[in-house]
Ligand binder design. Structure first.
Ligand code: NAD
Ligand code: UDP
Length: 315
């Protein structure tokens, strides 16, 4: 018989967090969603607030939290460059102090804790694809450092709690993920292009559009997180989570224009500092240990996401 678990999701009202909360509820768990609404609105989880097994708490994880749960997913942290660069000090505090608070909680409860790490720990990588063994190429004081180095420090903190206090940690390095429930003003490339195309506004390509990213549809990613959490305590990661199909940003723009039928033009803008030139995960470890690989292609995922934004924007 399924035993109902009490699961804490920090950043639970954000893009990934809201999908994770829904999936956990569907699997008959009690979900405690904690968020300070820094980069999301309550709207993402508003419909869940009447669910008998869902609880929403407004709380900033840089402040300690005492609750009783069986598992923790630590997702709290702005993920879009425009959001994490808006208040870089708070971004570092969330990555480091927030993680320390959640790890202290996991230590007291002796429970598993998943950390939403990122492909950004590889910085502007000199190896492609990126394997977990690659140490990365990160500018420690550039405009992305608050996030990249914050997440790297968080990984160091997670492994230190594992070594020193035997906290069962699970580090997932998430690569660019997209899908329904992204905020239209989120600022990340997939939502920007779709919203611009649907509004017949120019698609803003930063640089020449030759930089690459590998885009994972949100359902695939959530499936990977759930599988990882279900593994035994010896599997700490880090494990890359993402779709290994690599596209240039110009190719992405062309697909969005094709699938929306938009007549938007392309507006080339300056490339922001330290923007990584390439990104592609090696997912051998996820395949081997989690029996996981993405099943939704970029074309299919883009069509689902476009349809979500069409409904939302009424176009
Ligand atoms: P998001 O911005 O939509 O969600 C993050 C959530 O965390 C928001 O609801 C925000 O209000 C909340 N939050 C921020 N600081 C907080 C704090 N101090 N206390 C409590 N809540 C706080 O971003 P997302 O795409 O859902 O990303 C979720 C996590 O996954 C983040 O940790 C991010 O770094 C990581 N990640 C995401 C991606 C991606 O492509 N979506 C890629 C790599 C890593
Ligand atoms: N990008 C772009 N136009 C936009 C938003 C982003 O060309 O409107 C580029 C950005 O410079 C980067 C890539 O798309 O090279 C992915 O950006 P995003 O902010 O989605 O995530 P990142 O992987 O950089 O954290």
């Amino acid at each position: 018989m399924h035993q109902r678990k009490r699961v804490l999701v920090t950043g639970g009202s954000g893009f990934l967090g809201s999908h994770l909360c829904r999936r956990l509820l569907k699997e008959n768990n009690d979900v405690l969603c904690v968020d300070n609404f820094f980069s999301s609105a309550r709207d993402n989880v508003l419909d869940l607030t009447s669910h008998p097994h869902f609880e929403l708490i407004r709380h900033d994880i840089t402040i300690p939290l005492q609750v009783e749960v069986d598992e923790i997913y630590n997702l709290a942290c702005p993920a879009s460059p425009i959001h994490y660069q808006y208040d870089p000090v708070q971004t570092i505090r969330t990555c480091v102090l927030g993680s320390a608070n959640m790890l202290e909680l996991a230590r007291r409860l002796r429970c598993k804790i998943f950390q939403a790490s990122t492909s950004e720990v590889y910085g502007d990588p000199e190896e492609n694809p990126q394997r977990e063994s690659y140490w990365g190429h990160v500018n420690p004081n550039g405009i992305r450092a608050c996030y990249d180095e914050g997440k790297r420090c968080a990984e160091a903190l997670f492994f230190s709690y594992w070594r020193e206090h035997h906290v069962p940690v699970k580090i997932g390095r998430i690569f660019n993920t997209y899908g329904p429930s992204m905020h239209p003003n989120d600022g990340r490339v997939v939502s920007n292009f779709i919203v611009q195309a649907l509004r017949q506004e120019p698609l803003t390509i930063y640089g020449e559009g030759s930089q690459t990213r590998s885009f994972c549809y949100v359902d695939d990613l959530i499936d990977c997180m759930i599988r990882f959490m279900a593994t035994d305590e010896s599997l700490t990661g880090p494990i890359n989570m993402g779709n290994p199909d690599e596209f240039t940003i110009l190719e992405l723009a062309q697909k969005v224009l094709q699938f929306t039928g938009s007549s938007s033009v392309i507006d080339y803008r300056p490339l922001p500092g330290d923007d990584p030139k390439q990104r592609r995960p090696d997912i051998s470890l996820a395949k081997q240990h989690l029996g996981w690989q993405p099943i939704i292609s970029l074309d299919e995922g883009l069509k689902k996401t476009i349809s979500y934004f069409q409904d939302m924007l009424g176009v």
